[in-house]
Design a protein around this ligand. Structure first.
Ligand code: GYE
Length: 339
């Protein structure tokens, strides 16, 4: 009797633990994974902070369904501790494989060691992790944030030159403000690094000055608030906004208009992601370019998971494809955008 009670309690605890960190949902994928047995994947998503993240989640859920993989999905609501709890509950449940988007790049060694000790392979998705031991993950899938940051500067430099722009304050430098992504995330660190190193290496480096740079946490609301503060102190000096994602750029556009300035004209705006909202803003002449960062990683994740579980060799690091979309192609491109 005691054994039955203990078993019932354990199952109840695991069910509750799997729900930690907000919306744990389970998709009842049909069909089978590798070797006939249906694969169960524990997936820890960081939250729903942007249009990009929503598209990333949708892609993963749809791909699990299509691949016949039983997805245990956990939403960490922007908290690393909820991700760690979710990964521990996946281990307790004995899932076949774990995948997660690391909200920040450090602090994962202990829990990934627990997964390794439990012989559960781990796939890192979208963002990057800093680990003491690369054997703690089977594969990393994502996008090249460093390259995205470099592309932003290169596009801005070519645009300011081609358009023969002049600094708004009559000085000799274009003043840049930057809305950074989540503090400590690999994406924010690398996009900033790529932008700055490309600017410093440029023959036009002396034409640019970073006036202010602050996190807008990848959200539209915070992007608007921080841009309001930038404008309060430097309304007539800002020439360029680099937003680490489109959502913050969209929030900043509202702040720029509220300050009586013309986004996309008085202030040149370049951001990263390529979500539909920024294409609409570019069509309206309120933004100038978006550097694509592809969230549609679901199919690649499921395919990689099946290979890992089948003991097949997989690339340790795979980047998904991404392009550059200036305003002059926005109208014809928007209809074919998938997110
Ligand atoms: O740029 C942003 C999201 O990790 C690449 O996170 C992703 C970033 C993306 O909130 O919109």
């Amino acid at each position: 009797m005691k054994k039955i009670l203990a078993l019932v309690l354990t199952v109840m605890m695991m069910t509750v633990a799997a729900g930690c960190g907000g919306g744990a949902t389970k998709s009842s994928g049909s069909g089978s994974g590798s070797g006939g047995k249906q694969i169960t994947m524990g997936f820890s998503q960081i939250g729903a902070e942007s249009e990009w993240r929503t598209a990333n989640t949708e892609s993963i859920k749809k791909a699990a369904e299509a691949a016949g993989i039983n997805l245990q999905f956990s939403d960490a609501q922007q908290k690393q501790e909820n991700q760690i709890k979710a990964i521990r509950s996946f281990i307790a449940q004995g899932v076949d494989i774990i995948a997660f988007v690391p909200i920040v790049e450090t602090g994962w060694d202990t829990v990934l060691k627990e997964a390794k000790d439990a012989k559960i392979p781990v796939i890192v998705v979208d963002r990057d992790v800093k680990l003491s031991d690369d054997s703690l993950y089977a594969a990393k899938l994502g996008t090249d944030s460093l390259s995205e940051g470099k592309k932003v500067f290169d596009w801005i430099d070519s645009y300011m030159t081609k358009e023969n722009k002049k600094p708004r304050d009559g000085g000799s430098q274009f003043n840049i403000v930057i809305l950074e992504g989540t503090v400590g995330s690999s994406v924010a660190i690398r996009r900033q690094e790529g932008f700055k190193t490309e600017m410093e290496a440029s023959q036009n480096a002396s034409k640019y000055n970073i006036l202010a740079s602050q996190t807008g946490e990848f959200t539209r609301q915070k992007g608007q608030e921080v841009m309001e503060s930038f404008l309060k102190s430097n309304r007539d000096k800002i020439d360029i906004l680099f937003a680490h994602n489109d959502d913050m750029a969209l929030g900043a556009i509202q702040a720029i208009e509220a300050a009586g300035l013309r986004p996309g004209k008085d202030i040149t705006i370049v951001s990263v992601d390529g979500v539909k909202g920024i294409f609409q803003a570019m069509i309206e002449g309120k933004a100038n370019c978006t550097i694509e960062c592809n969230p549609l990683q679901g199919d690649l994740l499921m395919e990689t998971a099946k290979k890992v579980l089948a003991g097949e060799k997989v690339e340790k690091l795979v980047y998904v494809d991404e392009g550059i979309f200036p305003a002059d192609v926005a109208e014809k491109t928007l209809p074919e955008r998938k997110y």
